[in-house]
Design a protein around this ligand. Structure first.
Ligand SMILES: [Zn+2]
Length: 248
């Protein structure tokens, strides 16, 4: 075999080997981190609230007389459809979807919610247009372009429900917490919960872990909050206890 051809083949072999190792390490780390997560089972969680479990992630629904308000949209469209059927909720009844961020485990069910307005933080657009990336060459993507952009501390009223938007960047460029009707705080992926106490986010999944940690401090002193509803670590019904010993 020609020497040059031989060298090229060896080069390709080394490159493929390195890619395979990188992908293997990523998949191993991904499954080991997600296997520790503790989402709640699909079901009613309060007078107007529902959790939907999609493997290692929760999305939530809040019932209003006009329809349902969703916080996030899950990781697998088919699973979301099946879980909604268990609750006797039709996807068309969802009138608004508020994204905590646009990672793939929070947006897959968006096409189901054909009657919903879609909201996300203004800064989150950077994750879609490639200005910010968690992995080189990989942009987040969502199935719609008609989203409504939200700013920090903006208040949106949907029916009887007041949604206060709190920008908590770090996990992604525009991660947003939503304080619904004062007492419910939806935190997305910016923190974890262990034995009812706030914990750090998973560094492996963060765009900027230090910034995420600073963002957690931003939501530890909000008057009137009672419940913390996370995307991967379940729910705390005692906000004061959860935040009490938080240290960056
Ligand atoms: Zn997530």
């Amino acid at each position: 075999m020609n020497k040059i051809v031989k060298r090229v083949l060896i080069g390709i072999g080394i490159f493929v080997g390195i890619v395979a190792i990188v992908v293997g390490v990523f998949l191993y780390k991904f499954s080991s981190e997600t296997s520790k997560m503790t989402p709640v089972e699909t079901g009613k969680i309060s007078e107007h609230g529902y959790a939907i479990k999609d493997e290692f992630v929760n999305m939530y629904l809040i019932k209003d007389s006009l329809g349902y308000i969703a916080i996030d949209a899950g990781k697998d469209l088919k699973i979301i459809e099946t879980e909604l059927q268990k609750l006797n909720i039709k996807p068309e009844e969802v009138i608004a979807v508020f994204l905590t961020h646009t990672d793939m485990d929070h947006v897959a069910g968006i096409p189901l919610f054909t009657n919903a307005k879609l909201y996300m933080a203004r800064n989150e657009e950077k994750m879609l247009n490639g200005e910010k990336q968690k992995m080189p060459g990989y942009n987040n993507s969502i199935s719609r372009k008609d989203y409504i952009l939200l700013d920090d501390q903006q208040i949106v009223q949907i029916g009887k429900h007041k949604i206060n938007c709190i920008l908590t960047e770090g996990h992604t460029s525009g991660s947003m917490c939503y304080q619904v009707n004062e007492k419910n705080l939806f935190t997305g992926d910016i923190l974890s919960l262990h034995n009812g106490k706030l914990g750090h986010s998973v560094k492996f999944f963060d765009l900027d872990h230090d910034m995420t940690t600073k963002s957690i401090s931003k939501i530890t002193n909000i008057p009137n909050v009672e419940y913390i509803l996370t995307s991967h670590w379940g729910i705390s019904k005692d906000y004061k206890y959860a935040v009490k010993d938080w240290k960056e």
